[in-house]
Write a protein that binds this ligand. Structure first.
Ligand SMILES: C[S@@+](CC[C@H](N)C(=O)[O-])C[C@H]1O[C@@H](n2cnc3c(N)ncnc32)[C@H](O)[C@@H]1O
Length: 184
């Protein structure tokens, strides 16, 4: 089954978890992966879906063994394991990364649809990620909305600053990429 059919089929079953009808396009995936370098020791991608951003991350030259993937959806995890057998795939919510991973992370790349999540869930995800990240490491988040994809409450709680990309029109829907850092 193609990625497109798999993605659409899972969206129809779980729209509130997936929140997009097609995978991220190449231009936005490349923007998401921009902060990743081959020298990094460990990186996590959360909400990896069918792996379009994963592919862009690995194109940086990062060794797949250094990439942890967290994805709620079991069918997507099967696809990720098949396609990226040397990465570490966890069929778990991103909030659990604090319980399973042990390496300090140089970056977290997030396709999890945080914008429409309540503050408590955003905070659980971001808090788990930050507890594993090196100080000042980037938390990269894609969004389709006009507002920052983490609420003001959550940004203030974790002392996050951000920069954002221009709107990426070559994506369905058009997207922006935010890079959050703590204490910058
Ligand atoms: C908009 S899709 C993005 C998929 C992929 N990254 C892409 O860009 O095509 C959001 C993904 O986040 C996953 N997801 C939602 N909540 C999650 C959570 N708390 N932890 C991990 N994955 C989650 C969904 O299952 C879905 O695969």
């Amino acid at each position: 089954m193609s990625d497109l059919s798999l993605f659409l089929g899972q969206f129809l079953r779980r729209p509130s978890e997936i929140r997009a009808i097609v995978p991220t396009g190449r231009a936005a995936a490349n923007e998401m992966a921009r902060p990743v370098t081959r020298q990094m020791e460990a990186v996590a991608e959360i909400g990896a879906g069918t792996g379009t951003i994963t592919r862009a991350i690995l194109a940086s030259g990062l060794s797949p063994e250094r990439l942890e993937l967290y994805e709620l959806n079991a069918a997507f995890c099967d696809r990720l394991r098949q396609r990226f057998p040397r990465t570490v795939v966890h069929n778990l919510p991103a909030q659990e990364m604090v319980n399973v991973g042990y390496r300090e992370l140089d970056a977290v790349i997030s396709g999890v649809p945080t914008l429409l999540m309540p503050d408590a869930l955003q905070a659980a995800i971001v808090g788990a990620a930050l507890s594993r990240m090196k100080r000042g490491a980037p938390f990269v988040q894609i969004t389709y909305g006009p507002r920052p994809p983490l609420s003001e409450v959550v940004r203030a709680r974790f002392n996050l600053t951000h920069v954002k990309s221009p709107r990426i029109w070559a994506n369905l829907p058009p997207a922006r990429v935010y890079v959050f850092r703590q204490g910058a």
